[in-house]
Design a protein around this ligand. Structure first.
Ligand SMILES: [Zn+2]
Length: 378
């Protein structure tokens, strides 16, 4: 059940910032390009080895894996089957990870050095992934799948390397299976969640994160042939000291949480309130998510609840920005997860188009551009 105060908070946040009478729907999807659970066999071994708990297993550990040819082809089919009032298809703004750890090279240095590989190299190790990179580019050309920047890797390199060098048993056992995403904080092997690439424990780590952003955005441009203009940091924590680096790398728009936790070091955080259209000192515009669609999490009618989120956004004259993670559309580990996610996505898109015939689908950078030019002409 939705907590009343949470619902009230979301309504209040919806009141702040940029408004429009247009019925704009943006779909944002995180995590494309990153490794997660390599196979069902690895998951079973991690459970048997005590790294993961079978009773408390997450929907990510059950269903999320590097996207396959079929995952992308099936997703594109659903998107291509719908059109908005301008004749455009709905599109995913895909928040992408461009690299993954190079486990072999790290091990060959006895965990003294960190190395990463472009995600295109990771694809070579998987059996059903030889067209994925091409599909990213095709999706962009057809304006169905718009890659933008989520991070270099979906991993806090400093925290993870520190745990490996300290010989923490679960981190090492997971490493040997090519896996990084477990509750290392909960089991006392790390102060920082491994998935939160931009969180810090010591302020000195900021300078390494600048390198991560510079190399990550450069690799993105090399892979896609254009610069990323939109950024959503993995898992939320993000230091404002990194904003100039982002700006220099070409990022004009970003989404930080409505109650953004800025890490200051040693477990301290400063909270910033953010809303749609809020500009920082460098002229970068904050975008905002106000609708949620995660059908991989069972036990909720996600189509109805997302329609309600969109209705509320439109009521306050806001664009609706839907958050929907990659995990919902992945079938490598569990084909039923993909068919369920796509079936519900199709139902959601059909319902949106029939309920709001003048709906306009667009990407996050397009929305950012509209807000920016609006603020400049006022
Ligand atoms: Zn993510």
């Amino acid at each position: 059940m939705r907590r009343p105060e949470y619902s009230l908070f979301r309504q209040l946040i919806n009141l702040l910032g940029w408004r429009t009478r247009r019925k704009i729907v943006v779909i944002e999807s995180d995590d494309w390009g990153s490794i997660r659970m390599p196979s069902n066999q690895v998951r079973n071994e991690l459970i048997a080895g005590g790294v993961l708990s079978k009773a408390a297993i997450s929907h990510y550990s059950l269903n999320d894996s590097l996207e396959s040819n079929q995952d992308l082809q099936s997703l594109f089919q659903v998107l291509e089957s719908c059109r908005d009032s301008n004749g455009r298809h709905p599109m995913f703004t895909a928040l992408c990870i461009v690299a993954n750890p190079d486990f072999d090279r790290i091990e060959s240095t006895n965990y003294t050095e960190y190395h990463y590989e472009p995600f295109t190299t990771t694809l070579d190790r998987y059996t059903e992934h030889d067209q994925v990179y091409q599909l990213w580019k095709e999706g962009y050309e057809k304006q169905l799948f718009i890659p933008q920047f989520h991070g270099r890797e979906h991993l806090n390199v400093t925290a993870w390397m520190h745990a490996l060098q300290s010989g923490h048993p679960k981190t090492l056992a997971a490493f040997r299976k090519g896996f990084t995403s477990f509750g290392a904080v909960e089991c006392g092997e790390s102060n920082i969640h491994y998935q939160a690439a931009f969180d810090i424990y010591e302020p000195i780590e900021i300078s390494y994160l600048k390198t991560v952003l510079i190399e990550g955005t450069a690799l993105f441009e090399q892979l896609m042939g254009y610069k990323a203009s939109y950024f959503v940091p993995t898992n939320g924590p993000f230091s404002l000291d990194l904003e100039p680096t982002l700006k220099h790398a070409g990022i004009s728009y970003y989404t930080l949480n409505k109650l953004q936790k800025e890490p200051l070091g040693y477990g301290k955080y400063r909270t910033h309130i953010r809303w749609l259209g809020k500009k920082n000192a460098h002229g970068q515009v904050n975008l905002s998510r106000n609708a949620f669609f995660e059908p991989s999490v069972i036990g909720k009618n996600w189509v109805d609840s997302c329609i309600l989120d969109i209705e509320r956004a439109f009521k306050w004259h806001k664009p609706a920005t839907i958050s929907t993670h990659r995990v919902n559309y992945i079938g490598l580990l569990n084909p039923e997860n993909r068919s369920n996610g796509l079936k519900q996505l199709k139902a959601l898109l059909d319902a949106v188009i029939s309920r709001w015939p003048n709906v306009e689908f667009m990407s996050s950078p397009e929305l950012g551009e509209i807000i920016l030019s609006d603020s400049q002409t006022r």
